[in-house]
Every structure is written in structure tokens, then in C-alpha cells.
Design a protein around this ligand. Structure first.
Ligand SMILES: O=C(O)CCC(=O)C(=O)O
Ligand SMILES: [Fe+2]
Length: 755
């Protein structure tokens, strides 16, 4: 008989952490050997969690089995590896089969779990059996210490703080008691958790439930009474608040809900088996490790900045301050580093030399093709070696220089295919926008062609890790797995995507076919980065997801992108990967070089990389200044950014936090400010703007003053911030009394910032 443990959890809607209506029941079947085996396959604990999770309907009477057995093994190689591994796992006789279909053992376990959940069956027998047979994975000493430390904390003895969630809106219990409980609950959340953001970013709900249950157990010391106590709060807060207050909050909210649910349903929670505790410890250890690494890295970065005499504030007040993720996902607004001390501007740039290149060509075609092809027998091993070798070379260059160039990653023929797919999308490209302003909440997103002259189109979908909650999409993801299509709803419709009555988008085969080459090439890049590169470079060890793909064309005529660093605001982007899509015959005269300031640029100056079709350029998004020099011909590229999971989760959480206020009002103010800047300060072609303000007519000056007077308070704040006015009042007054000279001053100021 297979050893098994399980936990039963109530799942609440993820997008509404305050909801008291359960969304579904989740059953976690714990199979230690299986977990360990999956670890050998290099799968993350999160993945393991969802591998062995069944999600069942919320209504117990509609408890049907099995509804879903997610096997999140995406790639062919992974599937093959899994199948092979599974044989040996099965041979040990201690695991449950988790194959698609109707696995008998698993159904049996689920049935037992269900009955227990409904109170039909007592858990005692099962728990005993588990205790006897459970194979507890070894626990690292640090985690064990941690466990003992928290386990030894005794309840304070004082009245437990009530942490019951607020009653639902329809509840009749509106006594003063309930009100004070609600207050207490809110205060509790505030004081323990810091700030009210949502979303658990780092562990799957299943893992969360394990953690919660273990916390409950650790805290209460009384399996029959799982009321959260102040003691539990202190455990949780001391455990998580340091680095992960969102995590902490989510855990607490879930814990409270869990307890409330078990009280309401009258069901008693099982005593948590040792193996579950061990699992929790492992998860906690996993989290702590991640947290430690990120804190170390942050510290390093801060120290580096201090050493360079460059405090974080230099971002503020210069062109392009910190940007807010939510607003700027599409533009991926860069920050322009005016105080770039990394480089001596006098050092001339040189062409990237051959020794800096990695070849993407192989005896079996381009690396992209090889990554997608399945080979047999000895050839399979050989090609794997080739891929691994190229990944090693790339990682070496990346580590040594902060950037790497992979030549011929896709073949010239593939470039032609890609270009024809892109050319059909040509009418839908729009001028890119950049974030101009002092900080995340003072600034505007506008198009400034002189700074960034490309036109872009975002393509959604094709993500290797589709259900990553970290992913912050540039639009609506296509429903069909693996499919890609334009992100913008309007463009989707124009290319033939349909919206049915239920609002569910169906992608027809013909739409899928339109972007088949793009889909493929993205898949190969993902494979190369996630499965190869990430394992060979420490800085990429935690990349968990990637952005949508940005297609960009610089339409010639000197269009360029001024020097910038993609991520200086800790927005999560760690690796920028560019695939150039210019047809054969791109010449030096065409310009459009990617100019990179790598590690050696202080001594050697920056390197110029020609945007040759099929070539990949990659660099650390948070380190490398780069620019696109003036392009005289249309220049095409596709860019994707890979996210560091932890940094990204923090960025998303704090963006949510920043914008929980009057989001709509903020957006409107942004739009107002952008329009004002465009029309009056930068010029809309109707005024007499010549870049100086010298020719401004009295009529134009009045127009600007009038427009400024009509701005909303919020918009005034934004515009004043961008212009560098000492106060909003000052800005208004200056706008009212605008003279050609003061307009000139203003414009010169803006020009300095790059506008
Ligand atoms: O196209 C390139 O070579 C670089 C573009 C770039 O820097 C960006 O989109 O952030
Ligand atoms: Fe960039």
C-alpha cells in the first residue's frame, strides 16, 4: 500500500483576498519520494506542488473525481525525462500514479481525503499509517533550527487576539462586538503585515495551505483548537515580515479564513503529519534562501551605487525617473542615466570583435532550429552537447562582459519568414512611449521620437510558464495554449481573432498560422534561456518568467534610442534578449547599431553591434547602458525581457500598493499631463515651436497659460514635477505670465531632460 499524506485546503478567489466565499477545495497528496524525484528533475517546489494537486469543485455535493490532474511538464525533453524517471519511482512501490486519466490509487486517496473533509471518516487511521510509512526528507540544519525556534514559542497566555475575518456584507451580526472585532482584525492586519497589497507571489496555493496548516499547528499546540493566536501572529510576522510582507499577509489572511471555515463547517483538522511539517520546513527554507540571496544582491547593488557616489536620488529629477510598472508595461520605460560614470564619453566606440561572438550555427541548422527539433539516439546526445556548449559560451561572455552576442541564432530563411509575419502587422505599430518625470507618481508617459524613435507592437502569449502570477502582461493573453497574437484587443480583432458570446477569445487556426514563425522562435529563445542559460549563470538563477514580446521598427531617417539602462528601478527585469530581424544586406551605412557599454567599456569604450538578421544580443537589463544609434533604413528587432522572480514579485506588489488609491483619477491626470506637454511644451506642429520658444507668438503664450489653468490639480502636480517647478503654484503662475524668454527656459529645461 502506498504511503500517503494529504492536506485539504479551502481555496479563495485569488483576486479577492478578503472574500469569505470559497472558490474550490484543494487536496494535496504528498508523496515524498515523488517530490524528491521531481527535485532531481530540477523542478521547483512550486511546480511540484501543482503537479500533485487536485482541484475540486467548491460544493462538496458536486465532488467529482478526478477533475484535473495537472502535469505541468511542458517540453518534450521534460516529458521523456519524467516518463523514464517515473518507471523507477513506480518500482519503489511507494508512490501514487499521477498520470492523466483515472489513476486508481490516487482516486482512493482522494476519496479518503474527501470523506475526511466532510467529516464522514475519522483521519486517525490514515495519520497512523502515514506516520509509520512516511519517508521524511532530510531537513537542513538551518531550517531545523528555525523550526525548533518557532515551535518552542509558547502562547502568551493572554486573551488571544481575535482574527476572525470581517463578516460578509449580508451578515446580520452587527453588534458592537462584531464591529470591534472587525476593527481588531483590520488593525491586526495593518500592524503585522505592513501594507495591504495582495497576491502571493512565490508559492503555489497548495504550498501555501501546507504552510498555513503547519503554522496553525505550530502556533496552537492544540490540534483541536486551531484558533489563531497572537503567538501565531508573532511567529508569522517574525518569519516573513522582514523580506516578504505580502507573503506574510497572504498567509495570515488564508490562515484566518481556513480556521473560520473549519469552525463553520464543524470539521476538525487533522493533526498534521510529520512529513507535511517537513515539507513546510523545506518550503520555508526555500523561501528564506531566495530572500537571503535577494537581500544580499540588493545590498551589493546599494554599496556599488554608494561607491560610485551615485545615490539612488540621482534618478529623481533627471529625465526619466522611476517608472511605475502598471502604467508603463507597454513602453518598458527606460531610465536615462545622465550621471553615467561608468563610461568616459570621450572613448570612441569600436565594432564588436569576433572573439566576443558566439556562433549560433550548427551542423544541423541554426541553434533555434536545433532547440526545437527532436533528435534520436547518438545524434540526440551530440546535439544536446552542442546546445549545452553554446549556452556555456554565451554564459561565459555574459558573465565576463555583462552582454553576449549570438550570431545566426535563426537562419536567414527564418528571418524572411519572421519578417513576412511582421510586415503584415505593419499598420498596427505605434510610436513607442517613454516615462518622463520625477518618479513613479510624478511624470507622464509620452512619445518623444528624438529620444526613442521606434514604433512598437506587443505580441502576447507563447509563454513557457503560462500560469506564473508574476507575469505582468502587456495585454490579454490568448486563450489557446502556446498561441501568440497581438496584445491590443483592437489589433487582435483586425488580424482575425474572434470574441465569442461568453467573451472567450478563440484563435482560429488561420490566426495561429499567421504567427507560427514568431511562436516558434520565441519557444526556442525561452528554451535556451530557461533551460540552459539560467543554469549556467548565477545572475539568471531565479528567472521565472518573461515579458511579452516587443516588436520594434526604427523607421530610418535617423531614428534612434538614446543611451539608457532598461531596469534601474528594480522592476524585475534581469535579462534583455534582442533578436534582430533585418534582411540580408544590412550595411554599416545603414547605422542602427546597438551600442553597448559592457564591463570593459571604461577602458575600451563601448562596442557597436550591427543588427544583423538572426543575431541575438543579450545583456543584463539592470546593468548595461546601451543605445540604438541613428538608423538610416528601417531596422527591425524583437525584444523579450526575462524576470527575476523575486525582484519581480516585489515590484508587482509595490506597484499594486502604490496604485491602490484613485487609480482612475491618476490615469486621467496622466493623460491630461501628457496631452498638455505634447501640445504646448514639446509642440504639436500647430504652434510656432522651433525648439527654443523664441518665435512664440503672444497667441501661443496665452494658449499655454489658458491650458495650464484648466489642468486638474493632479495633472498640475505632474507637469510641475516634470518641468522642475519648485511648487505647483509657481508653475501655474509662471504659465500664466509666460514670456517668450520663460517659455524658452522651460523648453531648454525640457530639452536637457531629453524631451
Ligand atoms: O533594438 C535594440 O538594439 C535595442 C532596443 C532597446 O534598447 C530597448 O528596446 O530597450
Ligand atoms: Fe533598452
Amino acid at each position: 500500500m502506498a504511503a500517503r499524506q494529504y492536506t485539504v485546503g479551502i481555496v479563495y478567489p485569488e483576486d479577492d483576498p478578503t472574500s469569505t466565499v470559497p472558490h474550490s477545495v484543494e487536496i494535496l497528496i504528498d508523496v515524498p519520494d515523488f517530490v524528491n524525484s521531481m527535485r532531481e528533475l530540477d523542478m521547483e517546489l512550486d511546480d511540484i506542488g501543482s503537479l500533485i494537486t487536485l482541484t475540486l469543485a467548491a460544493d462538496p455535493s458536486k465532488f467529482t473525481l478526478p477533475i484535473r490532474l495537472p502535469l505541468r511538464i511542458d517540453s518534450d525533453s521534460m516529458t521523456a525525462k519524467f516518463k523514464k524517471k517515473k518507471k523507477s519511482i513506480m518500482a519503489s512501490g511507494r508512490v501514487l500514479t499521477v498520470e492523466q486519466g483515472q489513476p486508481r490509487q490516487l482516486m482512493e486517496a482522494v476519496t479518503v481525503a474527501r470523506e475526511e473533509f466532510l467529516g464522514i471518516r475519522k483521519p486517525v487511521e490514515e495519520v497512523k499509517e502515514v506516520k509509520e510509512e512516511a519517508v521524511v526528507p532530510p531537513v537542513a540544519p538551518a531550517a531545523k533550527d528555525l523550526y525548533n525556534k518557532y515551535k518552542s514559542i509558547k502562547p502568551s497566555g493572554s486573551e488571544p487576539l481575535s482574527t476572525r475575518p470581517p463578516p460578509p456584507a449580508t451578515a446580520t451580526a452587527t453588534t458592537t462586538n462584531a464591529t470591534s472585532e472587525l476593527e481588531e482584525y483590520n488593525n491586526f492586519e495593518k500592524t503585522v503585515c505592513g501594507h495591504p497589497t495582495n497576491k502571493l507571489q512565490l508559492v503555489s496555493p497548495t504550498a501555501l495551505i501546507s504552510i498555513v496548516q503547519t503554522c496553525l499547528d505550530l502556533a496552537s499546540h492544540n490540534p483541536k483548537d486551531h484558533k489563531p493566536t497572537t503567538n501565531m501572529a508573532s511567529i508569522m510576522s517574525s518569519f516573513f515580515s522582514q523580506a516578504q510582507s505580502e507573503l506574510c499577509r497572504q498567509l495570515l489572511v488564508q490562515a484566518v479564513k481556513y480556521v473560520q471555515q473549519t469552525n463553520v463547517s464543524g470539521a476538525t483538522s487533522a493533526v498534521l503529519p510529520e512529513a507535511v511539517k517537513a515539507k513546510f520546513i523545506k518550503l520555508a527554507e526555500f523561501q528564506m534562501r531566495k530572500i537571503e540571496v535577494i537581500l544580499e544582491e540588493k545590498l551589493e547593488r546599494q554599496q556599488a551605487l554608494v561607491e560610485q557616489g551615485k545615490a539612488r536620488e540621482t534618478e529623481v529629477g533627471a529625465f526619466g525617473g522611476k517608472h511605475s510598472e502598471k502604467r508603463s508595461t507597454h513602453a518598458h520605460a527606460p531610465v536615462f542615466d545622465k550621471n553615467d560614470e561608468n563610461v568616459d564619453p570621450k572613448l570612441p566606440s569600436q565594432f564588436v570583435s569576433d572573439d566576443l561572438l558566439v556562433s549560433g550555427k550548427t551542423s544541423k541548422g541554426s541553434l533555434s532550429a536545433v532547440l526545437l527539433k527532436s533528435f534520436k539516439g547518438s545524434e540526440k546526445r551530440r546535439m544536446k552537447q552542442v546546445v549545452v556548449g553554446r549556452a556555456e559560451q554565451t554564459a561565459e561572455k555574459l558573465k565576463a562582459n555583462d552582454y553576449a552576442i549570438l550570431d545566426g541564432f535563426v537562419s536567414p530563411a527564418k528571418v524572411v519568414e519572421l519578417r513576412s509575419e511582421i510586415d503584415n502587422l505593419q499598420p498596427h505599430f505605434t510610436p513607442s512611449e517613454i516615462w518622463v518625470g520625477k518618479g513613479a507618481d510624478v511624470g507622464a508617459q509620452i512619445s518623444v521620437p528624438d529620444v526613442r524613435g521606434d514604433k512598437v507592437l506587443w505580441m502576447c502569449g507563447g509563454h513557457a510558464k503560462v500560469d506564473s502570477t508574476l507575469f505582468d502582461s502587456a495585454g490579454v493573453q490568448p486563450k489557446a495554449r502556446g498561441a501568440i497574437e497581438p496584445c491590443e484587443m483592437e489589433v487582435k480583432m483586425k488580424v482575425g481573432s474572434k470574441i465569442d458570446k461568453g467573451g472567450v477569445r478563440k484563435i482560429s487556426a488561420s490566426v495561429m498560422g499567421k504567427f507560427a514563425a514568431l511562436k516558434n522562435v520565441l519557444e526556442s529563445i525561452d528554451k535556451f534561456v530557461f533551460e540552459e542559460l539560467a543554469k549556467k549563470d548565477e545572475r539568471l538563477a531565479r528567472i521565472t518568467s518573461r515579458s511579452d514580446a516587443m516588436l520594434a521598427v526604427y523607421p530610418g531617417s535617423g531614428s534612434r534610442f538614446q543611451k539608457h539602462v532598461d531596469n534601474t528601478a528594480n522592476d524585475g527585469r534581469r535579462l534583455t534578449v534582442l533578436l534582430y530581424l533585418n534582411l540580408e544586406g544590412w550595411t554599416e551605412e545603414n547605422g542602427g547599431f546597438l551600442r553597448v557599454w559592457g564591463k570593459d567599456s571604461k577602458v575600451n569604450g563601448p562596442r557597436d553591434v550591427m543588427p544583423l538578421g538572426g543575431r541575438i544580443a543579450m545583456f543584463y537589463s539592470d546593468k548595461v547602458p546601451h543605445e540604438v544609434t541613428a538608423a538610416q533604413e528601417s531596422r527591425y528587432a524583437m525584444t523579450v525581457w526575462y524576470y527575476d522572480g523575486l525582484e519581480r514579485s516585489e515590484a508587482v506588489a509595490s506597484a499594486n500598493h502604490v496604485e491602490t488609491g484613485d487609480e482612475k483619477g491618476d490615469m486621467e491626470a496622466q493623460a491630461e499631463a501628457s496631452a498638455f506637454i505634447k501640445q504646448t511644451l514639446v509642440g504639436d506642429g500647430q504652434g510656432s515651436f522651433d525648439g527654443t520658444g523664441e518665435n512664440a507668438s503672444a497667441e501661443e503664450l496665452r494658449r499655454i497659460g489658458d491650458l495650464a489653468g484648466k489642468l486638474s490639480e493632479k495633472a498640475i502636480k505632474i507637469v510641475a514635477g516634470i518641468c522642475g517647478a519648485p511648487s505647483e503654484e509657481y508653475f501655474l503662475e509662471a504659465a500664466r505670465q509666460l514670456t517668450p524668454d520663460s517659455l524658452k527656459e522651460l523648453r531648454v529645461g525640457l530639452a536637457k531632460m531629453g524631451v
